[in-house]
Design a protein around this ligand. Sequence first.
Ligand code: NAD
Length: 351
Amino acid sequence: MTKSILITGGAGFIGSHVVKLFVEKYPNYRIINLDALTYAGNLENLKEIEGAQNYFFEKADIQDSEALRRIFSEHGITDVIHLAAESHVDRSISDPLAFVATNVMGTVNLLNVSKSAWADNLQDHLFYHVSTDEVYGSLHDDGFFLETTPYDPQSPYSASKASSDHFVRAYANTYKMRTVISNCSNNYGPNHFPEKLIPLCINNIRNNKPLPIYGKGENVRDWLFVKDHARAIDTVFHKGKAGDTYNIGGFNEWQNIDIVRLLCQKMDEKLGREKGSSEKLITFVKDRAGHDLRYAIDATKIKEELGWEPSLQFEEGIEITIDWYLKNQDWLDHVTSGEYQSYYKNHYQTS
Ligand code: NAD
């Protein structure tokens, strides 16, 4: 039987790269992209595969069980790769319930519908849940997150993702569903919505606007190029052991302020601006409430057991990313109109 894979959140940043990779690499699979098209979802992210024979789009909310049942039945869904989520920590601080609704209730709803649809042969199907390293909390020493690190989520976003991870494990244990989870560090690359640090800075440098940096910019994150994450998801989907968890990361830690300085330097070069001019835009703002100091992933398990490792060095990935944004300024203009403007003004209280 050919696979009919439901990928949720496929119009978002990471999901769109996963959908494109699967549609192009596996012409014999049917790929069904389910997305509610919230402010973060954008079908422009998928224009390269428009019209592909093995690609289908369904606009639906993962909280809508009736829609899910119809989609499972019409497409004969054999497997799920679940990425749909509310994903921005700052938004979770101002509206935690939206995160509970989609990330917790939506995930449990999707688990329920999958369980019923696959009831006759649960062992032939896989439910793959894509999660974040933020579930492990904040590191205050020079250690790393392992798959065995106890969960200690600190923001409403990470609490909602941790909860959804627990539900996935509970369904594996209680109902014997075949599940797998991966927890990845910060992604960057094309199609990243410009509320997140790297595209926000690229967009603001382009427009000569202030670069708002939380606190002193000392928070440390591990960064991975989004296409490497999509490759890792492909690897875990095909080779991962059911019931297991895999950490995915770039072995690439940076303080926020150093990333911003690197972006300023590269953008000055690319835009032909005087050296140092973009750095003048750096503006330190009040720190994010409860801001986690450091996340760092140990991705040894996926490397040793499944043979995946990042393919790009950070500087190479950043070059590709900046070039993509400069070449796709209409994409940036489109996604930063409307809802983005009011969010941005409320959040940073800028004009
Ligand atoms: P994103 O915000 O760019 O995209 C999320 C997508 O989900 C959007 O297309 C949106 O329309 C859709 N969506 C939201 N609510 C929905 C709902 N109720 N029903 C159906 N669709 C809905 O997010 P992203 O950065 O691409 O993250 C994708 C997944 O990867 C998330 O689960 C996130 O927690 C996880 N993750 C992200 C990162 C990162 O650095 N961005 C790192 C690790 C894990």
